[in-house]
Design a protein around this ligand. Structure first.
Ligand code: FAD
Length: 263
């Protein structure tokens, strides 16, 4: 299978750099083809701006969404964006790897998402009408592919537990899992998270590699997080709120996960 690893750490000799190398080797040994987008090494341009189009819309002010659509539809996207879109289309599975920085991904990776996820490619896909709000949340350009996060965090696992002070890890990662992966169609795997990175010796590093290896070996057999698809009847149209009879009385991120009307 084809796997794209998008790596966002500035130092090759870091924990993230070591785990990247380990992951590539493990995946290749299992017979997969691997492409790596090492964003710092590529000097990836993080900011979305008018330079993302080879030719702007004539006489118009720069509009991030409309210029993105114009460039995508007319073959006018900057080549660095085109190459990353080609890698996404090639991949059967995509891994985003990063250190948790201020409770989210490093800016360079956020910029990769903002620029590569063009209008017409990752959003604005499919029929938009009173009866349907496009192909998204379970459908879209990247449907049928798998995606997983590989994250390291300085905080302890308990800090990210159900009552931990940092907030539950599933909730912190929800905007990435649901908003960045599920939105354009990916099946989303549970994340691989390394906690307490300040306390890693050789023995713990070896154990982390073993756990990571097991997750990579199961990349195509692990059950995805059962997010509820937008267009399968669970949401009221056009409000796109979850039907009252599904997860009754509950609110928050977790209501968008469930395989039955009751959970
Ligand atoms: P490194 O610092 O490179 O390594 C960590 C440890 O692993 C070191 O002890 C190192 O010796 C060891 N190690 C590395 N490679 C190997 C190897 N091959 N073999 C054996 N041992 C090895 N944390 C949070 O929890 N929440 C936050 O919101 C958060 N925000 C942050 C914001 C910023 C701007 C910064 C700089 C840090 C933040 N942190 C946060 C901490 C951050 O998540 C960790 O510093 C990061 O995950 C560590 O990853 P690293 O690759 O940089 O590790």
């Amino acid at each position: 299978m084809n796997i794209l690893l998008v790596h966002a750490h500035p130092e090759p000799r870091s924990l993230n750099g070591s785990l990247k190398d380990y992951a590539i080797k493990r995946l290749q040994t299992a017979g997969h083809s691997v492409q790596v987008s090492d964003l710092y090494a590529m000097n990836w341009k993080a900011q979305l701006d008018a330079d993302d189009s080879i030719e702007a819309r004539s006489g118009e002010r720069f509009d991030p969404a409309l210029d993105s659509r114009h460039a995508y539809e007319n073959g006018l996207q900057s080549l660095d964006i085109v190459h990353e879109q080609e890698k996404l289309l090639w991949a059967d599975a995509v891994i985003l790897q990063f250190p948790l920085w201020w409770f989210s991904m490093p800016a360079i990776l956020k910029g990769w998402v903002e620029r590569v996820y063009a209008y017409g490619f990752a959003y604005g896909v499919g029929e938009h009408s009173d009866a349907r709000w496009g192909d998204r949340y379970g459908e879209g350009t990247l449907a049928g592919k798998r995606a997983m996060l590989m994250v390291t965090a300085g905080g302890w696992e308990s800090h990210y537990g159900p009552r931990g002070i940092n907030g539950p890890i599933d909730e912190l990662l929800f905007p990435i899992h649901h908003g960045i992966f599920y939105y354009p169609g990916f099946d989303v795997l549970p994340p691989f998270v390394v906690y307490r990175t300040g306390k890693i010796d050789e023995a713990r590093y070896d154990a982390i590699c073993e756990q990571l290896g097991a997750r990579l070996d199961a990349l195509f057999s692990t059950a995805p997080i059962p997010f509820r698809p937008q267009n399968a009847g669970a949401y009221e149209i056009p409000a796109l709120t979850l039907r009252e009879d599904i997860a009754p009385g509950r609110t928050g991120f977790a209501v968008h996960v469930g395989t039955t009307d009751q959970d």
